[in-house]
Design a protein around this ligand. Structure first.
Ligand code: NAD
Length: 340
């Protein structure tokens, strides 16, 4: 029998609890080895623990070093700082891995298979932000400073090349805006050019300016293999890439650090459909598959990926975002049935 692996489960806000329940049910069907410690974060953290990132949640992740996390709501504008960003900082989760693969026809493209690797700790997300008062207006001027370091740029680029090598991928594209943000985003380009030399003959390297890259991703996505980029560009481009494969309901993410890893969907808490039981659980389910890969349970991950494929393409059972009529529960029941 596989030994249990302690893991933190943060169901999250909005559609989080609905899709988390579905995913845990499917993980149980493959006898995934996780022993869950359920914790709160985001709005649920405020309701249960008085703060968006309760100490108990942090203590749990510090103990397990492994978490599956539903989406957490962050107030837009004012309010508390993003819990997702704080979790990444607290646990040093420097690499955000966002694979996007076509799973079912009907999207805009048939054969997308792109891995986007986003630097997760620096850039404009350090949020050194403030307003300057002019006259009577205390918010007349907004100032934000981004910070990128040579060391972190090299670490994320190396992660991208190592990922390419380990997964039989052929090319790493470094995405930047070094024509305008010459210092802030020039560092990742310089790191790319330097580190690419070590992988010559094994993994190719090229680069794109982020705006051109956005256009080319829509026009000719098949030219991309692995993309590595800075925090903000990665955030935006990974949603764009999710759009190429059928939407946010299909896109998983993994936040990886030297000591801990947190797995999540790329999407947010989807307040517009929360509580209706219609959310697509695939993104969080694929995040759970990345988590199974991470703990070397690759066969269980492969079984779930195959069941997703058969449920979508043979059984034609899909949630509304993919043009189907299945509820979250119908879809997860169908996956469990496929898992046999
Ligand atoms: P969102 O991703 O929650 O929703 C965008 C659109 O995609 C909505 O129309 C939504 O219904 C749809 N959608 C998202 N996930 C879906 C799914 N699984 N199935 C079907 N449709 C789905 O983005 P938003 O509305 O900009 O953000 C809502 C909240 O989520 C904000 O507070 C934001 O800060 C937070 N957020 C959290 C994370 C995270 O926890 N990692 C990521 C992004 C946004």
């Amino acid at each position: 029998m596989t030994q249990g692996i302690a893991a933190t489960l943060i169901p999250g806000d909005g559609i989080g609890p609905e899709i988390s329940d579905a995913v845990v049910k499917i993980l149980n069907a493959v006898k995934a080895p996780f022993e869950w410690d359920r914790q709160y974060g985001g709005l649920a953290g405020v309701e249960h623990g008085g703060e968006p990132m309760p100490q108990a949640t942090l203590d749990s992740i510090r103990r397990t070093k492994l978490a599956l996390k539903g989406p957490l709501t962050t107030p837009v504008g004012g309010g508390y700082r993003s819990v997702n960003v704080r979790l990444r900082e607290t646990f040093g989760l420097y690499a955000n891995l966002r694979p996007a693969k076509t799973l079912t026809p009907g999207g805009r493209y048939e054969n997308i298979d792109i891995v986007l690797i986003r630097e997760n700790l620096e850039g404009l997300y350090v949020a050194f932000e403030h307003f300057i008062q002019v006259g009577d207006d205390p918010e007349a001027v907004a100032i934000s400073q981004g910070i990128n370091t040579k060391a972190e740029s090299r670490r994320i680029v190396r992660y991208a090349f190592e990922h390419a090598l380990a997964h039989g991928r052929k090319k790493v594209t470094v995405v930047h805006k070094a024509n305008v943000l010459k210092s802030l985003t020039g560092l990742i380009l310089a790191a790319g050019r330097e580190i690419a030399k070590e992988y010559e003959g094994r993994v190719a390297m090229d680069d794109r300016i982020v705006d051109a890259c956005a256009m080319q991703l829509v026009m000719k996505p098949e030219q991309f293999d692995v993309i590595v980029t800075t925090n903000l560009f990665g955030d935006i481009l990974s949603d764009l890439i999710a759009g190429l494969i059928g939407g946010l309901g299909m896109a998983p993410g993994a936040n990886i650090g030297p000591d801990a890893a947190i797995f999540e969907a790329v999407h947010g808490s989807a307040p517009d459909i929360a509580g209706k039981g219609i959310a697509n659980p695939i993104a969080l389910l694929l995040a759970a598959c990345l988590m199974l890969d991470h703990v070397a349970e690759k066969e269980k991950a492969a079984a779930i990926r195959k069941a997703i494929d058969l449920t979508l393409n043979a059984d034609k059972i899909k949630t509304g975002d993919l043009g189907g009529t299945a509820s979250t529960g119908d879809f997860s029941d169908a996956i469990v049935q496929r898992l046999g």
